[in-house]
Design a protein around this ligand. Structure first.
Ligand code: AMP
Length: 372
């Protein structure tokens, strides 16, 4: 289970563990000690953020060393909109010393520019920069970074000394911001013949969503005689479910094809608990979630009638034969219907009467979606 935390108004998810940080600091300590040789270096931490890095790092440093801190302070610039960061507190004489700046994170490089500014007139023997985290996409300066722990993407992080408006510094691991989700993701649910495909066609237009029907993707693959199609056909012809991993991999690939979607209507997926778990993971990786499972409720005998009549024109072999149809409905009750509990437990299950005119049913579904 992924534990998301809330600091002020924002949500953050676990990103880099305490163990990983520890390993990286160990590696940096050894690397730096080797380079420094017999010198006694002065490690300079930049407050506030670097207090944890410095503390953990120097405990791992295998040889004698000195430690001091300077602090980043904000001043209002000449223009009131301008926020100038100045480093203060460098009182020690560092003439002739090997100085290693220890930073928690380097992003734009502005603090680093300030470091170079204040050290310009200090007659140090050498000035080196070490940082635990580095955001290459954000870095806009040319100063050399001598030791880099972990390169990370340009997303806001907290923990291990780093804060979001004061909070989060005490966390022993790093959390990354969860982007506000803009997607609406619906699972359209119900037994075969409930009208999921028909309704999805209307809803995708109305709400500008991408409709993914796993049944349609399988049939497309069968028509094009792909390996996936041939495999799926052997199950579909009997009215059985295609194995989970095959279906999950295919669904992941379909979602990845639509990276800028406003959201998805999943039709015919998930059909098992394993598929529902996989869908949660996939949504989570997109900093998103399933908003609702909307189920079309229709009596079995009406389903059989509808499917037999669809079979006269659809060309679907699994619609033509009553025993196969009944097997598909049985598969639904044996393996799929349990998902009602899965989504009910998250207060995301909405049942809708699936008998009536197509328009009436669209209205019923829209009423649920508009309230989400
Ligand atoms: P459908 O078009 O949704 O009625 O699906 C037709 C057939 O495709 C089903 O009877 C299954 O054999 C297969 N199928 C579609 N979606 C899935 C899924 N999520 N998991 C396993 N099999 C599926």
């Amino acid at each position: 289970m992924i534990t998301v935390i809330k600091l002020h108004d924002k949500y953050f998810k676990p990103f880099i563990s305490a163990k990983e940080i520890d390993d990286v600091l160990q590696r940096l300590a050894i690397e730096i000690a080797e380079d420094v040789g017999d010198e006694i270096p002065v490690f300079v931490g930049i407050l506030n953020g670097s207090f944890m890095v410095v503390s953990d790092f120097i405990k791992k440093y295998p040889k004698p060393c000195e430690v001091t801190f300077i602090k980043l302070a904000s001043y209002e610039g000449v223009k009131s909109t301008e926020d100038i960061q100045r480093l203060i507190g460098l009182t020690q004489d560092l003439t002739g010393r090997t100085v290693i700046i220890l930073e928690d994170i380097i992003d734009t490089g502005n603090t680093l520019a300030e470091v170079h500014r204040i050290f310009k007139n200090e007659k140090v023997k050498s000035l080196k920069i070490a940082t635990l985290f580095y955001k290459p996409e954000a870095y806009k300066k040319d100063f050399k970074l001598h030791y880099v722990g972990i390169e990370i993407p340009n997303k806001f992080i907290v923990g291990y000394g780093l804060d979001y408006d004061g909070l989060g510094r005490n966390l022993p691991e790093i959390y990354q911001i969860k982007e506000t989700q803009h997607m609406t993701n619906l699972v359209l649910f119900g037994p075969p013949g409930a009208g999921k495909g028909t309704q999805a066609d209307f809803l995708k237009e109305k709400y500008d969503l991408v409709h993914i029907s796993t049944g349609d993707v399988f049939r497309y693959n069968i028509k094009n005689e792909t390996a996936l199609g041939m495999l799926a056909k052997s199950y579909m012809d009997k009215g059985e479910l295609v194995p989970d991993q095959v279906t999950i991999d295919m669904l992941n690939a379909e979602v990845e094809k639509n990276t800028d979607a406003n959201g998805f209507i999943f039709d015919g997926f998930p059909r098992t608990n394993a598929q529902a778990d996989a869908l949660d993971k996939l949504m989570d990786s997109k900093d998103s979630q399933i908003n609702a499972m909307i189920a079309l409720e229709v009596d079995d005998e009406i389903l059989v009638e509808r499917l037999l009549s669809r079979g006269k024109t659809s060309g679907r072999t699994d619609d033509a034969d009553e025993p196969i149809i009944r097997n598909r409905i049985a598969e639904y009750y044996n393996k799929t219907a349990v998902l009602k509990d899965f989504y009910s437990a998250q207060n995301k299950y909405f049942g809708v009467d699936g008998v009536g005119s197509i328009e009436d049913i669209t209205v019923r579904l829209s009423t649920v979606i508009d309230k989400l």
